[in-house]
Design a protein around this ligand. Structure first.
Ligand code: NAD
Length: 541
């Protein structure tokens, strides 16, 4: 059991006092399910116990939630960006203040270790701090070049799209809900969040904290329920959808958003490569690989699953990686003792077991791990290293989303780059070398949205000012950075003429005018090329 009095009482803030976990669904579009209502049971992965129930919302619940959100959004859109940013900032502070309660709840509903829960929770206030400081500038009116100097002006304003639907997964339920919802709110939108049915309680608790922070009532709605039942009516009713989840579901989301002609961002799966060059510090690379492959028991979209090591470093790296992996501790406690927690449920465990079994049957060697640990928890699995994995084995081609890494020797850096890029996915990669400049050059040749040199994933994920997202089957659009805020806006360009209508003048013969206009355009283009060259010369990093 968690150390606080969860699951019977959640929270210590005045508004959360004496809350029971089963009361939190009152935050949902439809109120708390009574016995016999259409409801979803939620289980604790670490023990298999039922911890609560949430309503199984339907299309009517979704429509009502979106309507309420839309009504609240009109006033919020008129609230100055700096004031909206202050609400976001206060929310970040509240999350930091309530961290013990949130950590307990996060562990309870995901089964992750306390260490991983801290990594996740830390992300929410740091993301809020970034959005609060960046949003007013990212959303500010901008002057752009007009038709020609002195003739017209062009001004771009950014308007919120309206209501944003956020559909989030179970693996990082707080971070991945808020990384999309907070910038949407800061940009003046309402948000209707559909958390994963396995992990609804963290999102519900955060919805309370948003209101405590000063977010107007109804602006942030939560609809709980099964994806195929709640997702489609949500996409049909909102003005933008931000989805995080599997590539298969992402395709159905994109199709529906396309039919409705609304924007979408899709943060999808990966089968991420980690490259160790011949000059790498193998001890450091091995510690990095443990973090890259086994954080959150490998249930992390940025996790490395394919490791390519240049032959000269292979034996030393494999020895160090196996040693470091065998030192990893597995547990389900609410303290900091265990490095790794449980997988999320029996389905996820079965998927991991089947991928390892498939590799074994095709001749792979299990260097360490390779078995479930029911003695620790019903869905626990040991961190596992495989070698001799055939290129067509499931672990080599598909996302396992578990604590399993396949290590393969390659002759040189070029072969490592080719192997890394031999995948339809392109989410995250990691390169290990003693030569940071060469590492950065190699990073530019890897077809992934984020590439970390001498780090697993935090160098890019933690850089809130830099965009994050996937190439290829790993998704569309970017979160983080100004891009992550502006995706939730429509631009409006206002052009003003200082000389009246821009048309053929009456008093100049047409052929003279056309000749003059092209000559002026030639001069203008040469002048702007010269100005651009000077600007580039002086803005080079
Ligand atoms: P999933 O696609 O099954 O579910 C994700 C969310 O979509 C859940 O809320 C689910 O209820 C909902 N959903 C399911 N079917 C739906 C439908 N037809 N319409 C609308 N919504 C629907 O994903 P999962 O397997 O539970 O999550 C793990 C996957 O998420 C992995 O592939 C992982 O790589 C990916 N992921 C990606 C990122 C990223 O940032 N790129 C982050 C975390 C997880």
């Amino acid at each position: 059991m968690p150390p606080t009095d969860l699951p019977t009482a959640v929270g210590d803030a005045p508004t959360l006092a004496s809350r029971r976990l089963d009361d939190l669904p009152e935050r949902v579009a439809r109120s708390r399910p009574a016995d016999g209502d259409d409801a979803i049971d939620v289980f604790a992965p670490a023990t298999g116990e039922r911890i609560g129930r949430v309503p199984a919302c339907d299309a009517d619940d979704v429509a009502a939630a979106v309507e309420r959100a839309r009504d609240a959004q009109a006033e919020w859109a008129e609230t100055p960006a700096a004031e909206r940013a202050r609400v976001v900032d206060r929310f970040g502070d509240l999350v930091a203040d309530r961290r013990e309660t949130l950590l307990d709840l996060l562990q309870l509903e995901t089964g992750k270790s306390r260490r991983t829960a801290v990594e996740e929770l830390f992300d929410v206030p740091t993301g809020c701090a970034y959005v609060a400081s960046e949003a007013p500038d990212a959303l500010a009116e901008e002057r752009r070049r007009g038709v020609a100097p002195g003739i017209t002006t062009a001004t771009v304003t950014r308007e919120p799209v309206g209501v944003v639907g956020v559909i989030s997964p179970w693996n990082y339920p707080l971070t991945l809900s808020m990384a999309d919802a907070i910038p949407a709110l800061a940009a003046g939108n309402a948000v209707v969040l559909k958390p994963d049915e396995k992990t609804p309680f963290g999102a519900l608790l955060l919805s309370e904290l948003l209101e405590v922070a000063g977010l107007p009532a109804d602006l942030f709605q939560v609809v709980t329920g099964e994806g195929p039942r709640v997702g489609p009516p949500l996409i049909d009713a909102v003005d933008y959808v931000a989805f995080t989840g599997s590539t298969a579901t992402g395709r159905t989301i994109a199709e529906r958003a396309g039919r409705n002609l609304i924007g979408c961002s899709l943060e999808l799966g990966g089968n991420n490569p980690l490259v160790v060059l011949g000059d790498a510090d193998v001890e450091e690379a091995a510690r990095g690989a443990v973090q890259a492959c086994f954080s959150n028991a490998g249930q992390l979209c940025l996790s490395a699953e394919r490791i390519y090591v240049v032959e000269s470093a292979y034996d030393a790296f494999l020895d160090a990686f196996v040693r470091e992996t065998e030192a990893v501790t597995l547990g389900t406690g609410y303290d900091y003792d265990a490095d790794l927690g449980s997988l999320v449920d029996a389905d996820q465990l079965a998927r991991v077991e089947s991928h390892v079994e498939d590799a074994r049957e095709r001749g792979a060697t299990v260097e360490t791990g390779g078995r479930a640990r029911p003695d620790v928890g019903p869905s626990c699995y040991e961190p596992t290293i495989l070698t001799g994995v055939e290129p067509d084995a499931t672990v080599a081609c598909e996302e396992t989303f578990g604590p399993v890494a396949a290590v393969t020797p390659v002759p040189d850096a070029d072969a490592a780059i080719a192997a890394a890029n031999d995948s339809p996915y392109g989410l995250n990669a990691s390169v290990w070398t003693a030569d940071r400049e060469r590492g950065a050059e190699i990073a530019r040749e890897i077809d992934c949205g984020t590439v970390n040199v001498n780090d697993a994933f935090l160098a890019t994920w933690g850089a809130n000012d830099a965009p994050m997202g996937g190439f290829g089957d790993s998704g569309l659009g970017r979160r983080h950075g100004p891009e992550g805020i502006r995706r939730y806006t429509e631009t409006r360009t206002v052009g003003v003429s200082r000389v009246g209508p821009l048309t053929f003048p009456d008093r100049i013969p047409t052929d003279w005018f056309v000749r003059g206009a092209f000559a002026a355009m030639g001069v203008g283009r040469r002048a702007s090329r010269a100005v651009d060259a000077v600007r580039r010369r002086f803005s080079r990093p």
